[in-house]
Design a protein around this ligand. Sequence first.
Ligand SMILES: [Zn+2]
Length: 166
Amino acid sequence: MNFPKQSNRVHLNIDSYSTMMNFAKEHSHKEIIGVFFGKINENGDIEISEAYPFRVGRRTEVHLKDSDYEKVLPIIKDCSTRNLEWLGWFHSHPFKRGDHLYMSQTDVSYQYPAQIQNPYWTAIVCNPHQIKDSSTTRGMRAFRLSINSDDSKITKKVIEVPLKIE
Ligand SMILES: [Zn+2]
């Protein structure tokens, strides 16, 4: 199994950025969740090219439900015909004032088992109220859990992965 390096980045095409952020903007007071697909580059960067909005949650909580996993199966099949694989999930922290782009303990508990299956599995957190925050990538940040260099075990330590929109 290959593992991403600390220097690896997440590249997001403008279409998938717009799909995620427009969904978050439409529900700017509720958390939204969705999934994205793309490719792992030879250098270990990932390129996200398609995003799929899934669900609107409550104000401070959103989860994927069993019916969402059923919904994602035909998308996985369809994307595989374009050599795209399921590389992660996005959700919003739609709060005003301050920096809300981080991984909560609940987020980590979702990310952990998925990243054990695929070390490149990535979480994108977005906030429509932080689009102009220059410490973010137009209102988004990407995260993974750190991988222990000795034994390649996934830890529960959150690391930010540089995110580029292009
Ligand atoms: Zn969250």
